[in-house]
Design a protein around this ligand. Structure first.
Ligand code: SF4
Ligand code: SF4
Length: 411
């Protein structure tokens, strides 16, 4: 397993990661039982205790208590964490690992112990300005439409080059006039700028199932990318979305990307419920797809931020059954695929090693064609890289589960 590039030591005092909570020292909540080690992808790859949840918590605690100087290896092991939150699900002591990780990453960046690559800072800055990001990514949408895919993470699709999801939803609402529950849809930054066809499919599926869809035009990025990178600006982005979504009368906010859903719930959950769109659809009476002669087999992978972040049991069976496909959970469906927000950009070797183990089954999976389905665009990109990196040599496609319900793509 590759270990992060070691940052230069800094003489700065180590900020206590939990000093801002004012309630309790989050770091003391770990009882060192080790039940999280089994589920941690970086510990499984390296066998290094410092690369486990328990080890990282210990390093952070030692620094916070002044028993360990600002050791560069602490920052390196922090960067090696995928942020999958599988350790939270496994932890009997309810250690809020994700919250501690978020504070630690931010402290390391703020004190210069972690250097964020320039291109990722630019990407985060662009993502927080949706109009600019959408405009800049127009060529990428066009290339995807043409099937020209200049990056290993990109997969083919038919995103609209010019029409926004907000405009499309308004158009379909006027045509169909659904009368059921009313939802506000978070379209996301990367989803809208690059993978917009998945947003369009989400609107079609919701409206076909009699859900009223409203897309606030003043919404912004959820802040997940900034959070992953430990950058400033998360609070401002959350405040922007609080204003955008709270000013409308809706039953809930729906998200079609589990990472964006988790980040948005941190901003809005006190005001309006934030729901994963598939979880929401699991409570609706869904139009059923019928594919009697179809030999395709769908393997469903569960994003970490769906099951460990949002703490959902999975994707509802009723939703997967409604696709009409033969489906089953992928082996190790609750384990991390290595995407981790921007982890596959920051730590590509580690991310590839994690995916190598997880994707191996596809080489011999039954079905013609084989479809890998999930519900997070970053996971979709990671799964797509398994083909481009030669980890999977047989043909397969990667799709969002909502696309399997889409009335426009019924085969
Ligand atoms: S978030 Fe994932 S990679 Fe990080 S310590 Fe927890 S289980 Fe390991
Ligand atoms: S499972 Fe929880 S309490 Fe046990 S070592 Fe891991 S983080 Fe600490």
């Amino acid at each position: 397993m590759a270990t992060s590039q070691t940052p230069a030591p800094t003489p700065d005092a180590v900020p206590h990661v939990c000093s801002s909570t004012g309630e309790r020292d989050l770091l003391t909540s770990c009882v060192h039982c080790g039940l999280c080690l089994e589920v941690c992808p970086t510990y499984q790859l390296s066998g290094d205790e410092n690369n486990s949840p328990r080890g990282r918590l210990r390093l952070w605690r030692e620094e916070a208590d002044g028993r360990l100087a600002a050791d560069p290896w602490t920052a390196a092991y922090t960067q090696d964490c995928v942020g999958c939150l599988a350790c939270e699900s496994a932890c009997p002591a309810n250690v809020p690992y994700g919250e501690i990780l978020e504070q630690t990453r931010h402290a390391h960046v703020a004190t210069g112990r972690t250097k964020t690559p320039f291109k990722l800072r630019i990407a985060a800055a662009m993502a927080s300005r949706p109009w600019l990001f959408n405009f800049t990514m127009t060529p990428v949408r066009l290339l995807r439409r043409m099937g020209v895919l200049p990056h290993r993470f990109l997969f083919a699709g038919q995103p609209s080059a010019t029409q926004s999801t907000a405009s499309y939803a308004q158009q379909l609402m006027q045509q169909h006039r659904p009368t059921g529950p009313r939802v506000a849809f978070l379209t996301g930054c990367l989803m809208e700028a690059v993978f917009r066809e998945i947003n369009f499919a989400t609107v079609r599926v919701l409206i076909e199932n009699n859900v009223q869809v409203f897309v606030p035009r003043d919404q912004g990025c959820c802040g997940a990318m900034q959070e992953h990178l430990g950058l400033d600006g998360v609070d401002q982005l959350r405040e922007q979305n609080r204003k955008a979504f709270n000013s409308h009368d809706v039953d809930c906010v729906v998200c079609n990307s589990s990472g964006c859903g988790l980040a948005t719930s941190k901003a809005l959950s006190d005001d309006v419920p934030v729901r994963d769109v598939l979880d929401f659809l699991g409570e609706q009476k869904l139009v059923q797809r019928h594919r009697p002669a179809n030999k395709a087999r769908v393997y469903v992978d569960l994003p970490c931020h769906l099951v460990h972040g949002q703490k959902l049991a999975g994707i509802p069976k009723s939703v997967l059954d409604a696709t009409g496909y033969q489906w089953e959970l992928a082996p190790q469906a609750r384990d991390c695929c290595g995407s981790g927000g921007v982890y596959n950009l920051q730590q590509p070797e580690n991310a590839k090693e994690i995916l190598t183990r997880k994707s191996a089954f596809l080489n011999n999976a039954a079905g013609d064609p084989v479809i890998l389905a999930t519900s997070n665009h970053v996971c979709m990109m990671q799964w797509n890289s398994a083909r481009n990196d030669g980890l999977v040599t047989r043909p397969y496609s990667v799709q969002h589960v909502i696309q399997l319900l889409d009335p426009l793509t019924v085969q």
